[in-house]
Design a protein around this ligand. Structure first.
Ligand code: FCB
Length: 444
């Protein structure tokens, strides 16, 4: 009898160990000794494009969309006039020039263009068009995002991305914007961070519409992929020379304890749901059990947004309010609560490379109100990018999130991501030291 028990226990142990060793081997988690690295050794070619990124709802001000509605209903901090950028964008574009940038990523606000279903506001389109002209005059490449978390209230009321039947109105909006601007805009992101949008809005309930349903999350994930694929083909038909992609947030999931089989299993499942399923959608036209043929090979470049890794175990929080992010002992916690893990940037680059298209870094940055961490954060992450380029990865640009402090969604105004500090009382913008550093790296 005892012999049996001992044999079974040993077999289980061996199995666990085998599993852990397999995962450890396949998914290394490098941590560098940064003191040994000369961060000033980075270099970039003259062709490399330097930018910053913003999103309409976070900067423009006075919008009426799914987000402003959610802020109201949930009693969140209101975006209000945000950076008042809709009235100040000309001055803000001067800041792009002052930094020496050659690219600028921003988003178009659907609720401005089509505030009520079928009613189009041509003045708003003219304003976006004037922005494009202004950027081109400055020799700054515009990169336009069509959906960055916000859309009109009427569309949200119809179920937004939960309902496949709503996709045609989104496609119609994209097509109109493309017709108006694609004579001057070459690079387009259809959707910003599809996985963040679906999990924050439909699993964690921290973004509109504040739902907590796995079933809806899956539906939204697949519909975002369908919408992206459909928009991709339509726009390419209209103008084959356009370069169309998505901005994908690659968050890494690592086991809290690298010897725990359970932590590994949780990490691998989350990684698949967050990253793998999405990449499969683009590579194979299949996602989470659905065939989405229009998604296959539907990117001319991949926009990569990288911020951090999450350390996962059995007891996962189910809302961001409960989130207390774990970190490795030596890691620095950022103001958002998650650790700075620049080494993961390399892993995120490797993750998107099987798509076999050029990579544009569409976002990377840190919440740091007193600018004490941002200079180091910037240098480490840029060093990783420069190394990756040296190792043969086709990375064409880097857009820092963000140009200036702005409305950080569920977190409101307290998370400050800007190279420029914004005083939201006076709307005064002040360049931070990290902004000066960024500009000097660009100038080199
Ligand atoms: C990304 C979002 C962007 C901004 C940064 C901090 O997930 O795309 O709008 O909020 O995080």
């Amino acid at each position: 009898m005892w012999l049996w028990v001992i044999s079974i226990l040993s077999a289980l142990l061996a199995l666990n160990l085998g599993l852990v060793l397999f995962f450890r081997n396949r998914h290394p988690e490098p941590h560098y000794n940064w003191d040994d690295i000369d961060l000033d050794s980075m270099s970039f070619s003259n062709k490399f494009l330097w930018g910053t990124a913003t999103a309409a709802h976070q900067v423009e001000g006075n919008l009426s969309n799914n987000w402003s509605d959610f802020e109201e209903k949930k009693g969140l901090e209101k975006s209000g006039s945000a950076c008042d950028y809709w009235n100040r964008w000309k001055d803000d574009f001067q800041m792009l020039s002052d930094l020496g940038l050659s690219s600028y990523r921003f988003s178009i606000e659907w609720s401005r263009l089509e505030p009520e279903e079928g009613e189009w506001n041509s003045e708003a389109m003219d304003e976006y068009s004037a922005m494009i002209d202004n950027l081109i005059e400055r020799d700054i490449r515009p990169v336009v995002t069509l959906h960055h978390f916000s859309h009109p209230i009427w569309w949200e009321q119809k179920g937004g991305f939960t309902n496949q039947n709503n996709i045609p109105s989104f496609v119609n909006y994209c097509s109109r914007v493309f017709e108006a601007l694609s004579d001057r805009v070459e690079v387009w992101c259809t959707i910003n961070e599809p996985t963040v949008f679906s999990t924050m809005g439909y699993t964690l309930g921290q973004f509109p519409p504040g739902k907590r349903s796995i079933r809806l999350t899956m539906k939204v994930m697949k519909n975002l992929m369908r919408a992206h694929g459909t928009v991709y083909h339509l726009l390419k038909e209209k103008r084959p020379s356009a370069r169309i992609g998505v901005a994908k947030n690659v968050t890494l999931f690592d086991p809290l304890n690298r010897w725990s089989p359970i932590d590994w299993i949780v990490a691998r499942i989350l990684d698949y749901l967050w990253n793998g399923a999405w990449r499969k959608g683009i590579m194979k036209g299949k996602m989470l059990g659905a065939k989405i043929p229009q998604a296959k090979n539907s990117v001319d470049f991949i926009g990569l947004n990288y911020y951090t890794h999450f350390l996962t175990g059995l007891f996962m929080p189910t809302s961001t309010e409960e989130l207390e992010f774990a970190k490795r002992k030596h890691e620095i916690t950022t103001e958002f609560g998650y650790p700075m893990y620049a080494e993961g940037f390399q892993r995120a680059i490797e993750f998107v490379s099987p798509l076999s298209v050029p990579i544009e870094i569409t976002e990377n940055g840190v919440a740091d109100s007193d600018d004490s961490l941002r200079p180091l954060h910037l240098k480490r992450h840029l060093w990783i990018v420069s190394q990756a380029i040296k190792n043969g990865y086709d990375i064409q640009s880097y857009h820092h999130w963000s140009l200036m402090d702005n409305f950080e969604w569920a977190e409101g105004y307290k998370m400050r991501f800007g190279l420029y500090e914004v005083d939201f009382q006076t709307q005064e913008r002040t360049l931070r030291s990290s902004g000066e550093l960024f500009s000097s790296i660009i100038a080199h």
